[in-house]
Structures are given as structure tokens and as C-alpha cells.
Design a binder for this molecule. Structure first.
Ligand code: KG4
Ligand code: ZN
Length: 350
């Protein structure tokens, strides 16, 4: 069925899904037709930069201010009315309770007013489903690295109903390490992108000029059940101790080299674990999702290590928190008959 929007705009309707994401500091809404994005709008809350991290109360209030306007704009930008929506997908866990409640309450309001079916979506499942957006030919199996500000984990994605957690961080998430080290080096929150940009200014970092060569230790697990686990809190402490030992003047002139050494350490750890998991499970295709997957150095290293044809990466705008990945997850849940009423669940897995 085609829906005529104007004289020269029409959609061949597959299924119209509204995705709502408000689990942390991004208010994001998107409308998908099947697995394709019609519109995606995100408001990133900059007010947290003042505090060096996300303040839950501030986040909830900012979501409440923005969500209504974003949904109205999204509908109007693709010429749709609320009644055209066939499914509402909303992040219901994990996340900040007050922030989640804003998105869930808004979704339930639309559900009550217009009778549109609603489903709760696990945020981590949303990140993984971002891989399928505009990629109808992506076929499992693949091993996926999910690296964000709140989570870092490796999954064996065999099929839609068979996605197993292989390992995860035992302390800080990779993005959290970027943010905390960034704070130590004077960058505002979130610091991942700033560290990447600063690292790109490092002179000859890879050429091991002695006076510039900075390295930090990497945590390794010896027990087999932790083979694909991560630990980043020791690395953060190592950077902190290095900064205190070297003093301000050294830091000011060597910030790019410190960023490059830190970034290299995190990326090597992520890629090494992903490679070990892929080899052990005999899977050729690997993928990465979550905010840290925006990192250009990580993306290049993955392609170098596995070959570009074997690496699946969402566009950077789909790596950080966004409503499109939530809509995609809801659409896939619908297709598998697995939708569920939103339910805030403190659990972390998927
Ligand atoms: O997925 P996301 O938007 O939110 C969570 O679910 O946590 O990820 C945000 C995280 C932040 O820690 C941010 O510093 C990190 O992703 N990030 C990056 C880059 N862009 C965002 N880390 C490294 N390099 C980047 N270019
Ligand atoms: Zn996220």
C-alpha cells in the first residue's frame, strides 16, 4: 500500500514505527517505515557538561521539556499524523529511572489517546538492532561489540532469538573510561570525541620516538570464564597517576600523546577481545555498536584486523543513543511476535 504525502512524495508502507529513547541524556525520537529511517531527531542535553557527568534530575526535566516538540516535529517532517503510527517502541530499561519514565509515560499517553500498540525495548538490544537499519541483507551469525558510556560487552549473535552474552566489563564501560580520562585531561563531558580529536594531533605516536612514547598497562583475565571480559578502571587510575607524576607543564605539551596512548590501549583491548571471541566461535563477521563505535580509530583498526567486508558498523549517528535503533528493535520484536508492555527492569543483560 502506498501513502501519498504530497504531489511527489509517497511511501510504500511497510510498517510505521515511532521510536522513543530517553534512558540517559539524549531525548531522541525517530519514525521508521519497515527498517528504513524516515526521520530521526535528537536533542543532546548539554547542561550536564557543567557537572562533569549526567545529573539524573536535570536529565528528567530536560526530557520532559523536549519530548512533545520532537515527536510533533518528527510527524510533521514526514507528513504523518499520530493515527498513521502502527507501533510505538520506547526504551524501558536499563537507564535512569526518572529519564526512562518520561519516555514511557509519553508513549503510554499516545497509546491511550490513539490506541496505537506499544512495546517496551531494552536499550542494549536497541544498540544491537541499529546494525539492521537500512541493511536488509545483514544475515547473522556475527560477533558484536557493544561499547557505550554505560556498557561494554561482547555478544554472539547467532539469530534473532539466539544472542548470547560472551563477556562484559567488570568495572567501568569503555565510554565511561573515555569520559573519566577526558575529565582528568580538562575536556568537558562527554569526552570521547574530544579525546579522539586530540589524539589525532599526536606527532609520531606510532613511530615510538622515545621521548614521546607513552604506554599504559592493560588488564588481562586469566580465568577462562572471563576470556571476553574487560576492565578499564585500572587504566583510568594509571592515567591519573601518570598525570600527577608528570605535572601540569608536561601534560600541557603532551596532551595529544597521552590521548593517543590511552585511545590505543582501549581500542586494542576491544579489538583483541572481539578477535578472540570471533576465532573461538568460528564466526567471520564482526560488528560494533554503541557510542564508542563512533571512534574513527576503532573503526579503522577493526577494518584492518578483520577486512572491511567482514566488519559491520552503523553510521556514527546511529551509534550514540537514538530513537531509530529503538524503533528498529520494536519493529523486529513485532515481526517475531515478541512485543511487550513497557516494564522498567533494573537488570542489565538482554
Ligand atoms: O551509546 P551512547 O550514546 O550512550 C550510552 O548508552 O552510554 O554512548 C555514549 C558514550 C560516551 O561515553 C562518549 O564519550 C562515547 O560514547 N563516545 C566516544 C566517541 N563518541 C562518543 N568514545 C570514543 N570516541 C568517540 N568518537
Ligand atoms: Zn546507549
Amino acid at each position: 500500500m502506498a501513502k501519498i504525502i504530497s504531489a511527489n512524495v509517497y511511501y510504500v508502507l511497510i510498517m510505521i514505527t515511532l521510536g522513543i529513547e530517553s534512558s540517559c541524556d539524549e531525548t531522541s525520537v525517530a519514525i521508521l517505515n519497515g527498517g528504513s529511517v524516515l526521520v530521526s531527531l535528537t536533542h543532546s542535553q548539554e547542561e550536564h557538561a557543567l557537572y562533569g557527568g549526567v545529573v539524573p534530575e536535570v536529565a528528567s526535566r530536560a526530557h520532559l521539556e523536549k519530548i512533545d516538540g520532537l515527536v510533533k516535529r518528527a510527524l510533521s517532517e514526514c507528513g504523518l499524523a499520530p493515527n498513521d503510527l502502527e507501533l510505538i517502541a520506547v526504551t524501558d530499561s536499563p537507564g535512569l529511572a526518572g529519564a526512562l519514565l518520561v519516555g514511557i509515560s509519553f508513549a503510554l499517553g499516545l497509546h491511550t489517546a490513539y490506541g496505537i500498540p506499544v512495546t517496551g525495548v531494552n536499550h542494549l538490544e536497541g544498540h544491537i538492532c541499529s546494525l539492521f537499519i537500512d541493511r536488509p541483507n545483514l544475515t547473522p551469525p556475527f560477533i558484536v561489540l557493544l561499547a557505550s558510556g554505560g556498557h561494554t560487552a561482547i555478544y554472539n549473535y547467532q539469530s534473532y532469538n539466539n544472542c548470547k552474552l560472551l563477556g562484559q566489563t567488570v568495572d567501568d564501560a569503555a565510554g565511561e573510561a573515555f569520559d573519566k580520562v577526558g575529565k582528568l585531561l580538562g575536556f568537558t563531558y562527554p569526552a570521547g570525541r574530544a579525546i579522539e580529536e586530540e589524539a589525532a594531533k599526536a606527532v609520531n605516536h606510532d613511530q615510538h620516538q622515545d621521548h614521546k612514547k607513552i604506554t599504559f598497562p592493560t588488564a588481562k583475565f586469566t580465568s577462562p570464564e572471563k576470556s571476553y571480559c574487560f576492565s578499564f578502571s585500572g587504566l583510568k587510575t594509571a592515567v591519573k597517576n601518570f598525570i600527577s607524576a608528570q605535572g601540569e607543564k608536561y601534560i600541557d605539551t603532551n596532551r595529544p600523546e597521552i590521548c593517543a596512548a590511552f585511545q590505543k590501549n582501549v581500542v586494542n583491548t576491544l579489538v583483541d577481545n572481539l578477535e578472540a571471541a570471533a576465532k573461538a566461535h568460528g564466526v567471520k563477521t564482526v560488528a560494533a555498536a554503541g557510542g564508542v563505535a563512533c571512534n574513527g580509530y576503532l573503526r579503522r583498526e577493526l577494518e584492518k584486523r578483520f577486512g572491511a567486508d567482514n566488519v559491520m558498523l552503523p553510521a556514527p549517528r546511529l551509534c550514540t543513543d537514538n530513537g531509530a535503533m529503538i524503533a528498529m528493535a520494536g519493529y523486529m520484536m513485532h515481526n517475531s511476535g515478541r512485543t511487550r508492555f513497557p516494564k522498567m527492569d533494573p537488570g542489565r543483560g538482554i
